[in-house]
Design a protein around this ligand. Structure first.
Ligand code: NAG
Ligand code: NAG
Ligand code: NAG
Length: 469
């Protein structure tokens, strides 16, 4: 009869499903066993709550990595009544990488059968199901989603593994078809596509590339050496995977810091994002990173970008700064160092260093500035053109000067647009000299100073962009 059939159905499932608890997030106390219906009651599975299924990746040590209990703990902190299940496929995950990578198929199949069992036996609604897979685990989650009888609600891919998957067909890796909504964080996509630890191409409905997706702040060698000096060699393993694992910590951040939600912005390329040109939230162009993402499904993949701090909470505040450089002589300078200071109603952020790829006479430059502190509404900003650290004869003989009348600023987080005017009608920006100061344009600014001839009068611009708040 059906029991024998059912038994056969569940034969060969090697993955284990540990229902963790909020009290002991790091202990495997109780396993849900597909086909053994009593295990749900025994493990205190809550049928009316959400369920998170966490799938780990490749492991050198054959043990869970330290992020597992951290993620379990954060999930329970945010959703105390939920069920957090950790899939244990450690024995298959500690093989030679290509062997473990191939095992994601079997792990995905195991997870799919587990989910089908929950749905068939207990009518557990798949709308309540959220899979979170890290590295190889992201692809296992994708395969699971493609094999379940009905679609699961959400899969979050945390830096899905790149090697063996970058060029793989959609059926064998994470893809948008695998769940009602698939969101992906790419945090360590360095090098040529076949060598990158994290997959480079977008594989979900929304693909977020924090800090460009290549490498994460705080994960550089200097930082590594500082940490080794502080904490000893024990955590070297952690440092090697720092950028890869950042995907998990960004998600944890979204669970723990409700009021510090990171916002990511749609952009065609990270170079465009660096120019500050993508800070729009119109038509779903921006979205929350992590747990509270809005389920926006575009027809094509959506790549999104943001900057972050090097530590939790990761949130920063993004600004687009746009400046027209007037000048009498035709000058084009590349890779120029600048210091920007922002003064706001709540706080200030001084001497933010940035390098402008190119500034040219009578051209407008747009660039991205971001601050770790919330300065509130911007009231004033200063711009200083620094001397290069290397002595240059051309700088010695020539003194470059640009005239700046206005600075346009757009704040990503508030979507506010502001215009700042030179206090004296015009500011002279000289390399290696003092900073130019820009304040909120007054209702009726003075007439423009000499050398002017801007595209719009200051009056017009200031009333157009006058803040409503
Ligand atoms: C199960 O979760 C619901 C919320 O989804 C909660 O109200 C209820 O108390 C939970 N049951 C148990 C036994 O914890
Ligand atoms: C830049 O524009 C200003 C005003 O439009 C003009 O006076 C100046 O000669 C221009 N500079 C160059 C180098 O063409
Ligand atoms: C600067 O360059 C532009 C275009 O390259 C040219 O039209 C203009 O006459 C130049 N101005 C001066 C002052 O050399």
């Amino acid at each position: 009869g059906s029991t024998i059939e059912t038994k056969r159905d569940f034969e060969g499932i090697e993955s284990k499903f540990s229902l963790r608890t909020a009290h002991e997030p790091d202990e495997d106390i109780c396993y849900l066993v597909p086909g053994q219906d009593d295990t749900l009651a025994r493990c205190n599975f809550n049928h009316t709550s959400k369920t998170f299924v966490v799938i780990h990746g490749w492991t050198v040590t054959g043990m869970y990595e330290s992020w597992v209990p951290k993620l379990v703990d954060a999930l329970y902190k945010r959703e105390p009544d939920s069920n957090v299940i950790v899939v244990d496929w450690l024995s298959r995950a500690q093989q030679h990488y290509p062997v473990s990578a191939a095992y994601t198929k079997l792990v995905g199949k195991d997870v799919a059968r587990f989910i089908d069992w929950m749905e068939e036996q207990f009518s557990y609604p798949l709308d309540n199901l959220h899979l979170l897979g890290y590295s190889l685990g992201a692809h296992a989650a994708g395969i699971a989603g493609s094999l379940t009888k009905n679609k699961i609600n959400r899969i979050t891919g945390l830096d899905p593994a790149g090697p063996n998957f970058e060029y793989a067909e959609a059926t064998t890796r994470l893809s948008p078809d695998d769940a009602d909504f698939v969101d992906v964080l790419h945090t360590y996509t360095r090098g040529s596509p076949d060598r990158s630890i994290g997959i480079q191409k977008p594989v979900g409905h929304i693909d977020i590339y924090p800090n460009g997706g290549g490498f994460q702040p705080g994960c550089n060698l200097g930082e590594a050496l500082r940490l080794i000096a502080e904490k000893g060699l024990g955590d070297v393993d952690q440092l090697v995977k720092c950028s890869h694992e950042r995907s998990i910590h960004l998600f944890i951040d979204s669970l723990l810091y409700k009021d510090k939600t990171n916002v990511a912005y749609r952009c065609n390329a990270k170079e465009t994002f660096e120019k500050g040109l993508c800070l729009s939230c119109r038509k779903n162009r921006c979205n929350n990173l992590g747990y509270t993402v809005n389920k926006v499904r575009a027809k094509r993949n959506t790549k999104m970008y943001l900057k972050t701090r090097s530590q939790m909470p990761y949130k920063v505040f993004h600004y687009q700064v746009k400046i027209h450089f007037f000048g009498k002589a035709n000058v084009t300078k590349t890779n120029q160092p600048f210091l920007v200071s922002l003064y706001g109603t709540a706080s200030e952020s001084k001497n933010i260093a940035l390098v402008l790829p190119e500034i040219s006479t009578n051209k407008t430059s747009s660039f991205l500035v971001y601050t770790e502190v919330n300065i509130g509404d911007l009231l004033m900003l200063t711009l200083q053109w620094e001397k290069e650290s290397i002595f240059s004869w051309s700088d010695w003989w020539t003194s470059y000067t640009f005239d700046i009348q206005r600075v346009r600023v757009k704040a990503g987080e508030t979507q506010k647009k502001m215009v700042f005017c030179s206090r004296d009608g015009i500011s002279y920006l000289r390399k290696g000299k003092e900073a130019a100061v820009f304040v909120k344009c007054m209702e009726k600014p003075k007439k423009r100073g000499p050398g002017g001839g801007g595209e719009k009068s200051c009056e017009k611009t200031s009333s157009q962009h006058h803040e409503s708040a």
